[in-house]
Structures are given as C-alpha cells and as structure tokens.
Design a protein around this ligand. Structure first.
Ligand SMILES: Cc1cc2nc3c(=O)[nH]c(=O)nc-3n(C[C@H](O)[C@H](O)[C@H](O)COP(=O)(O)OP(=O)(O)OC[C@H]3O[C@@H](n4cnc5c(N)ncnc54)[C@H](O)[C@@H]3O)c2cc1C
Length: 404
C-alpha cells in the first residue's frame, strides 16, 4: 500500500447483492486505506430489500454468462470458507434436477395450504412407492415429491456443480463485512449523479431519515441499483419484471435438492389442466423456497418497500407445489412476497464496467443469475476501481459502453 497515493472517494449506489459485494471487495482490496480513502454504500430503503433478499439463491457452474460464472462460483465458496458462510448464510452444495409431474388438487376451500381432512398420506416410503420413484429415475434421497405424481426426473447439476445461499443473509452479511472493513453505510435515495467535463464529481441524495437533500463528493461512483438503474442513469438498457415467491416450513426436514419443474395441474371435470413451472429449492433450517413466473401487471414502484404483493399469485405457487408434495402440503407458509428482476433490453446482461463518463462505473442487469454472479461482479468492479483494469476475468462482452 503506497502512502503517497491520492485519497479516493468512492460511492456505490444501491445495496442489493451487487452493491454489497462491490462494497465488500472494494473495502477488502489491498489498496484501500481506511484512514485515507472513503467508500460509501448508499441504499435508498433497506439492504437486500429488493430481489437480492427475495431470490432463490441457486448457484451453478452451468449458469450464464460463462465469462463470469466460474469466477463467481469459486468466490462464493471462498467467501463461505473465510466467513463461516455455511452457518451465517446457508451456503451448501445441492443436487439439482428437472421433474415432470402430474399435480393433485391439494388446497381446501378457504385456500389454506394445510392438507384438508380428505387428503390421504401417500406413504411414500412403502416398497411400492419406492418402486414408482425408481421407475421415474428419481434419486433415492429425493423422497419429498409424491411418488404417484412423478412422471420423470432429469439431473441438471450435482453437488460439485451446484450450490446455494440464503440471498438475504448473504447480502446483508456482505454489507456488514464491508462496514467492518471501513465502508460507510448511508440510507438515502440518489437523486442525481454529478458530472462535470465528462468526469464524475459526486452524488446528490435525499436522506431517508431527515428527507434533506445532501451531497457526497466522489471521484468514483458505481451504479448498482438493479431494476432502478434507469431512474438514475436513463440511458442504461435495463428493465424490470415483477416475480412472486413463497417460503414454506415443510412438515419434516427435506433433502438438499433444487428442482425445476413442469407440473400438469389437475383440470376441471377430468380435463387436462394448465402446465406450470415453479422452481422449488430446499434450504437448510427447514425452509423450502418456491417462485413462479414473472408478470408485467404493475410497473416498478419508486422503492423496494412499495412493491405490491398479489396474494392470489402467491397462493397459485403454494397450490402448485402442494400438488406434488405431501411435506409441503402439510407444511406452513412462512412468507408471501414479490420483487423485481433487473432485466436487460440490449445484450444478454449483465453490464459490468465503465460507462464512458470518467469515474462512473456500472454493475447492473443481472437478470435471473445475480446471486450466482454477485461476488464475481463485486470483485471485478473493485479491480477496475483500484487497479484500473479487470484482471480476474475477461468481461469485454459485458462492457456497458457496448450497449449504451
Ligand atoms: C423470484 C426470483 C428468484 C431469483 N432466484 C435467483 C437464484 O436462485 N439465483 C440467482 O443467481 N439469481 C436469482 N435471481 C436474480 C437475482 O435476485 C437478481 O439478479 C439480483 O438480486 C439483482 O441484484 P441487484 O443488486 O442488481 O438488484 P436489487 O437487489 O434490486 O438491489 C438494488 C438496490 O438498489 C437500491 N436503489 C434503487 N434505487 C436507488 C437510489 N436511487 N439510491 C439508492 N439506492 C437505490 C434498491 O433499494 C435496492 O436495494 C432471482 C430473482 C427473482 C426475482
């Protein structure tokens, strides 16, 4: 660390997983000197209040884009080893598969997720049921999907290529570890990025506590505002898609599987029902997460605390997963929630790097793999800030200047 280096003032806008991992890697870089430099993580509402706290948390070596996936997958493991991630944020390796199933009607008339008095235990652990599971190619320990619902199983990932974190716990831990290393956490909504002579000079923001307009001088500003990126940088090709999810406490502990599904729901009067595709992830500590498809019904609100949850969409997810699992049917729904995915309207995403304005960087548009690709993004942005170039991966194809 050279002591004659000029002081750096860095502001990160947005405390989702991308901003929080950027704050972590910026504050853990060898060039950061907390006596001389400042790193501010500016968050409008709540750390991990958006998609980063409500995502599934699947990590996979087979995710995309492959210029960043291997780096980020490895960093997840290293961070978990270094900071006790298994206990702190539920990091663990998992199996992953695609199941085809025929669902059964499972909710009672008042929409409760509990099995009604007519439901009969499938006694999946009988020899007959085990035989059905084996015939469908289902691994032995995946015993929490009803044997008589399953039509087929295809392996998508093994514990050496697939893992998971609890995204809320991971993101908030990254922000806390950054704070411990000297970063400042400020609650306020960025209203303007100040630019002079094509060079960034600071940000203006409205304080969450006082409502006052304030200013932070900065030589470096990193935009990590997820689906809100356009509200502070209008030319960014980023859109927002709402998605609902639920968490369920199953009636007994379930094995570590992340399941992509195709479920034919029961139709009326013996007709074929709709085919639905919820994703179902078993988590440690007796929690199962499930999410459904996105919708464009309500545009992105101004902040994460104003996101509207459509209870009927959550109930659809509950009904769908209940239709194929006794353990979920007999379980307890513990959260019904919604958030907005940051999609890209140009390129495949994400956009990581410089914007064309000196000192203004971006890490946004991570679509459905932002939890997987968060640490890699944070690490590469920290290299760009402190070393002037990205060395851990070749991210030329994700350079924001190609798309804006
Ligand atoms: C249902 C669902 C399931 C998912 N499952 C997975 C999965 O299993 N694995 C995976 O890898 N990815 C998954 N994802 C994708 C992942 O959640 C996102 O890619 C990721 O969370 C995006 O992180 P972000 O930090 O860019 O955005 P966000 O989490 O949206 O964070 C942006 C932050 O910026 C703040 N902000 C906005 N405007 C301002 C402003 N003006 N000033 C200050 N702060 C501001 C917001 O308050 C927010 O906290 C899933 C997404 C959804 C919707």
């Amino acid at each position: 660390m050279s002591s004659d280096q000029q002081a750096r003032n860095i502001v990160i806008i947005g405390g989702g997983i991308i901003g929080s991992t950027a704050a972590y890697f910026l504050s853990h870089h060898a060039s950061f000197n907390r006596e001389r430099d400042s790193i501010t993580l500016l968050e409008a509402t709540k750390i991990a209040g958006g998609a980063s706290g409500k995502a599934g948390g699947l990590l996979a070596l087979w995710a995309y884009p492959n210029c960043i996936v291997p780096l980020s997958y490895r960093l997840h493991k290293e961070l978990a080893d270094k900071h006790g991630g298994a206990e702190r944020w539920g990091y663990r390796a998992v199996h992953c598969g695609q199941i085809d199933a025929k669902g059964k009607a499972s909710t009672n008339s008042n929409g409760s997720s509990k099995a009604n008095g007519d439901s009969v235990s499938l006694q999946k652990r009988t020899e007959k049921a085990k035989g059905l599971l084996r015939a469908a190619g289902v691994p032995k320990d995946l015993d929490w999907v009803d044997a008589d619902s399953l039509v087929g199983y295809d392996e998508m990932g093994t514990p050496s290529t697939t893992a998971q974190v609890h995204p809320y716990q991971f993101t908030t831990s990254m922000a806390s570890l950054a704070e411990e290393a000297g970063a400042n956490l400020v609650y306020g909504s960025c209203t303007n990025i100040q630019i002079s002579d094509d060079t960034v000079t600071g940000v203006r923001y409205k304080s969450k506590d006082s409502g006052e307009e304030k200013e932070i001088e900065a030589d470096t500003v990193v935009i990590t505002a997820g689906p809100w990126t356009r509200t502070i940088y209008p030319s960014a090709p980023i859109s927002a898609l709402r998605a609902h999810s639920v968490t369920i406490k199953p009636s007994r502990p379930v094995s570590a599987y992340a399941l992509f599904t195709s479920i034919e729901m029961p139709g009326k009067k013996g007709r074929r029902g709709q085919t639905v595709t919820p994703e179902i992830y078993a988590r440690p500590n007796q929690e199962v997460y499930a999410c459904g498809e996105g919708d464009q019904l309500i545009p992105l609100p101004n902040s994460s605390d104003l996101v509207k949850v459509d209870e009927s969409r959550c109930q659809d997810i509950v009904d769908q997963v209940n239709s194929i699992s006794e353990e979920l049917r007999d379980g307890e729904v513990t959260a019904r929630q919604a958030c907005y995915l940051p999609n890209v309207t140009s390129g495949g995403g994400p956009l990581i790097g410089e914007t064309g304005v000196k000192g203004l960087l971006m890490g946004a548009g991570h679509t459905c793999w932002g939890i997987q690709n968060g640490p890699g993004t944070g690490k590469c942005l920290s290299e760009l800030v402190w070393d002037g170039k990205i060395t851990s991966a070749n991210l030329k194809s994700l350079d924001p200047r190609r798309y804006m």
